[in-house]
Design a protein around this ligand. Sequence first.
Ligand code: FAD
Ligand code: NAP
Length: 637
Amino acid sequence: MATDIISNHAAFVAQKLDGLSIRETQLPVHTVPEPKTSEPEVQPPHHVTEPKPVAETSGFSYPKSRISLVDRFIDEPRALRVAVIGGGLAGVLAGVLLPAKVPNIQLTIYEKNHDFGGTWLENVYPGVRCDIPSHVYQATFEPKTDWSDQFAPGAEIRDYWQGVATKYGVHQYARFGHRVEELSWDEEASVWNITVHDLSTGETRTDTADFVLTAIGRFNAWKLPDYAGINEYRGILRHASHWDADFDVAGKSVAVIGNGASGIQLVANLQKVVGRLDHYARNKTWIAASWAGDERTLEPQPYTEEQKKEFASNPEVYLKFRKELEDKYWRRFGAFFRGSPDNAALRERFTEIMRQRLARKPELLERIVPDFSPNCRRLTPGPGYLEALAQDNVEYITTPIARFTGTGIVTTDGVERQVDAVFCATGANVDMVPPFAIRGRGGRTLRDVWDPKGGDRQFPYSYLGQATPGFPNLFFVHGPHGTGPSGTVPHSVENQLSMYARFLRKASREGIRSMEPLARAADEFVEYADAFFAATVLSDPCSSWYNGGRPGQRIHGVWPGSAGHVTAVRREPRWEDWEYTYLGPEGNRFAWYFGSGWTAKEADAGSDMTNYLKVPGEVDLRDLHESWWELPGVKSP
Ligand SMILES: Cc1cc2nc3c(=O)[nH]c(=O)nc-3n(C[C@H](O)[C@H](O)[C@H](O)COP(=O)(O)OP(=O)(O)OC[C@H]3O[C@@H](n4cnc5c(N)ncnc54)[C@H](O)[C@@H]3O)c2cc1C
Ligand SMILES: NC(=O)c1ccc[n+]([C@@H]2O[C@H](COP(=O)([O-])OP(=O)(O)OC[C@H]3O[C@@H](n4cnc5c(N)ncnc54)[C@H](OP(=O)(O)O)[C@@H]3O)[C@@H](O)[C@H]2O)c1
């Protein structure tokens, strides 16, 4: 078949050239300029015969081009080396979607752990489970009909994502046990140098990639607080994300620091088994009844065998159930606006619920109900949390921690409370500065720009949460502004990756060496976000990972708009907000892209050039002649 293509094509070109009487024009020179990126991006010359010289014709001339034609077909995209850092659900989805959507991709997924799963592999503390219904917190294209529980335990979620990776062959791209320690942009070669530490051999090496996607999670870089004396503490000291499964908490005296979702879940689950629990909460928090009317209890809420059987055997019933459940997660947006009736209703409802759940110790209510509005921090249903606080073996401590001793914690009022173990549910690097150096143009790091203490911008400055000026060919997955305040994480990540697939297709199709967002576009996005968030309760005075734990600072945890809004934005990239450099002679944007003027498919006698002709009724006019995979000659999937 390949020979046919070449000979047909060659014959056609020769015939064309014969019929032309062009004088002194730059005829195809049939050399492929060395791309500055490494092999094998460009196919070797293979399809155009040496042109016949054109006889001089007196009195006729044609403008002389600065460039020579590049000997390639337009529909043979260059191979792109793409590195994804992280194998949580975002990395798994990248491994499923990018190979399907980006022809010729050479994908590598670096993951420091021994397997996929991210959050759900690492977090194994008692009671860890989803607070979003299981049937909502799954890939849109890979439903699991037999979730055990309305809110699945962490291990089941881990198994699900590892199963998705297996089913879609994602393991072939994975480099497990490989921790990325630095990214450095090579200006000359237009590639990222990736310093990778192989945790099994202890070796460090440098790989290269044309594009890098960070999928490192928002809560993965957990850290212990830096209280004075913490290193002298001789009991068990653990972060919630680094649980010691061998430590038996039964009957022990323990401290839990932090009242984010992790701390809340831990307190509710430990209280029943420990002897005494000191809960340190330096700020108040709302406890929601549920996310979207899906009532939570501390006890398991299993699906019956009949329900699971019905979901598995009746796809229509399951789809209806799934759609109704998921629909509610798209509707919660109104309650994010300051002064809205929806938000006022939440305040009233949550206050009442908290009052009921604290009935055993009503004096706690005013110490827990916040002044800021519901939704300023991410809501947590917290089943069993308030009930646990109301028990006699729990002390709710709002006096700030001063220091640790060898045996316990001292608060600023001088009281020392001795405990066998301290569990820090103190969250992660909410400033979003990646835990390893990312050096962009001129050697400047993302930390130089984002660091709240001394960075140029002091917040995660970005263009639409996708990329940052000065850092070409680098996209953030589920990074700043990664999800809508409404919607679901898997849907958002799938959509963001699908948009990045378009970027990558464009780069490989058009011979783009580098692309980066314009600073002006990023600045205007920040202006928009400032105006938007000012109208919402997200900018109330609370500490949350939305604002990097700094009340009053810029919100970067979520998208400035609804989940439907960010989905619409991701569907149509604004190419004009990016600047590009190109492969090919003289940096001409068309030279490499347009190649010899041919498609490979049209020179293949066996291809279906009229695949756009279909049985009447099969054509959706909204999509007609727009699908990237359906150019004439390309087999429809
Ligand atoms: C305890 C807990 C419970 C949660 N519950 C919910 C919930 O109920 N609903 C919800 O919507 N969200 C929840 N979340 C948020 C959750 O993190 C996201 O929903 C989602 O799992 C994020 O997936 P991710 O792939 O973006 O990140 P992660 O799952 O964090 O994965 C990031 C991966 O990157 C890897 N990595 C990081 N740095 C490097 C490096 N330098 N080199 C190599 N690999 C690296 C990590 O090892 C990790 O595997 C929860 C978070 C936590 C911590
Ligand atoms: N499925 C679930 O139920 C579940 C469970 C866990 C996590 N999650 C997800 O993960 C996100 C992160 O949750 P998270 O609880 O791990 O982190 P988080 O929401 O950032 O909460 C961290 C908590 O630690 C406190 N803290 C931080 N540093 C401290 C210090 N030095 N001293 C005392 N307290 C300190 C914070 O207090 P301040 O508020 O005062 O800053 C806050 O209460 C959640 O919002 C949610 O999206 C979900």
